[in-house]
Ligand binder design. Structure first.
Ligand code: GTP
Ligand code: MG
Length: 423
């Protein structure tokens, strides 16, 4: 079965807690803060692995929990960080946020990695909070929770060339001749039920990937037939080979066929209609095909679309077609993009907040900006501390506190930690 969509739940490991501990040594009876930091939680990382072809594995395993960080220990020892969890996905996996359905990342390169759920941060032990004026901090930081989200994985096959056309025109036969792929071939409609890929060798270090998708019919872009589900697999091709049956055996007109299919492509996504095409007029071994070919040529050649007559059955014209495809590919810029998708930019626009207020005579500063600032400050380091003070001043927090009437030496609570106010 060809699984090309999966939903999974990912959660980064929790950061270990920082601890409160005191030094107890013979010659230092008073002790000092000695609690170590907790380890960071392990992240969940998606990684492209070329050995994986489908999203099949995700039918059985849907929940991924990262490894937690260990709590800190005494003697300022760090807790161990959780090991990252790597989830392997096939090339061409589009990752979306389940709630918004927006694209988080498009994993399309070999070995590409993406941190999909960050592990929590380990909390700082009390040893970190000692300062000249606070020699015995009786507090430590708790580890933060790991990021948690539901995501959708969608596999969009990556191929250079897509074969499109009505059912039974010979698409799978062409793939089987050009490559080692062995798709099912039979004389009825919708023989092909899932996309097939094959590598076509043109010469030394010259090859391309050819995709054969199920036959398209009128209404495919609205979900009629099988084409709809698979149209997205040709979104990522660079050029299309439009296969027409010129034998007239099915009682259709090949010229009309071309326009019908192209309309479906455009309706599905206008950019599909912009892809360069070659027409492969197939089944010329059948008597009567000659006249049809002439009509097809007349119709399309002055529109700049190359028409090649072939017989996938006898092999006539096939080499020429292969080189024509290569030629077209070589002249087509790689225009790889996941169009038709909305990207999730929330990571970049997340607003940082600061709230300064006075409650029951207490001065309070909180908000995501200040939390982050606090998390990255090491209070046992003068430079770090100075940076912290400077940042607070620049952000106008000192001024706001003064407006609220704060006096030298009074206490400010910053995200739960107590500080003395000095200007
Ligand atoms: N006479 C003749 N028959 C051909 C030629 N190419 C393909 N066929 C036959 O046409 C029938 C359909 O071929 P397929 O390759 O399965 O066609 P398809 O386009 O993949 O069909 P779907 O998967 O149903 O969309 C098979 O019986 C093939 O043997 C050709 O050049 N000449
Ligand atoms: Mg087929």
């Amino acid at each position: 079965m060809f699984i090309d969509k999966a939903e999974i739940h990912v959660k980064g490991g929790k950061g270990g807690n920082g601890v409160v501990a005191w030094r107890r040594e013979k010659y230092e009876p008073s002790g000092g803060p000695y609690g170590g930091d907790g380890g960071n939680g392990g992240s969940i990382i998606l990684k492209v692995d070329e050995g994986i072809r489908t999203l099949m594995d995700f039918r059985y395993k849907r929940v991924y929990n990262g490894e937690n960080g260990e709590d800190g220990r005494t003697k300022k020892q760090f807790g161990k960080s959780g090991v990252d969890t790597i989830i392997k996905v096939p090339v061409g996996t589009l990752v979306k946020d389940k709630e918004t359905e927006k694209v988080i990342v498009d994993l399309r390169e070999k070995d590409q990695m993406y941190v999909i759920a960050k592990g929590g941060k380990g909390g700082r032990g009390n040893a970190r909070f000692a300062t000249a004026t606070r020699q015995a901090p009786g507090f430590a930081e708790a580890g933060t929770k790991g990021q948690e989200r539901d995501i959708i994985l969608e596999l969009k096959l990556l191929a250079d060339v897509g074969l499109v056309g009505f059912p039974n025109v010979g698409k799978s036969t062409i793939l089987s001749i050009f490559s080692a792929a062995r798709p099912k071939i039979a004389n009825y409609h919708f023989t092909t039920l899932k996309p097939n890929l094959g590598v076509v060798r043109v010469g030394e270090e010259k090859s391309f990937v050819l995709a054969d998708i199920p036959g398209l019919i009128e209404g495919a872009s609205d979900g009629i037939g099988l084409g709809h589900d698979f149209l997205r697999h040709i979104e990522r091709t660079r050029v299309l080979v439009h296969v027409l049956d010129v034998s007239g055996m099915e009682g259709r007109d090949p010229v009309e066929d071309f326009y019908t299919i192209n309309d479906e492509l455009v309706q599905y996504n206008s950019k599909l209609g912009d892809k360069p095409q070659i027409i492969a007029a197939n089944k010329i071994d059948i008597p009567g095909a000659e006249e049809q070919i002439e009509r097809v040529r007349k119709e399309f050649e002055n529109k700049g679309i190359e028409v090649l007559s072939i017989s996938a059955a006898t092999g006539a014209g096939m080499e020429k077609l292969k080189f024509a495809i290569w030629e077209l590919l070589s002249n087509t810029e790689i225009d790889y993009e996941t169009f038709d998708e909305e990207y999730d930019e929330s990571d970049f626009i997340e607003e940082e907040t600061v709230i300064v207020r006075k409650e029951n005579g207490e001065y309070i500063v909180e908000g995501s900006y200040i939390e982050r600032l606090l998390e990255s400050t090491y209070f046992d380091n003068m430079d770090s501390l100075r940076y912290f003070q400077e940042a607070i001043r620049k952000r106008g927090i000192v001024e706001e506190l003064e407006n609220l009437g704060i006096q030298e030496g009074e206490t400010v609570s910053i995200c739960g930690y107590e500080f003395e106010f000095f200007h």
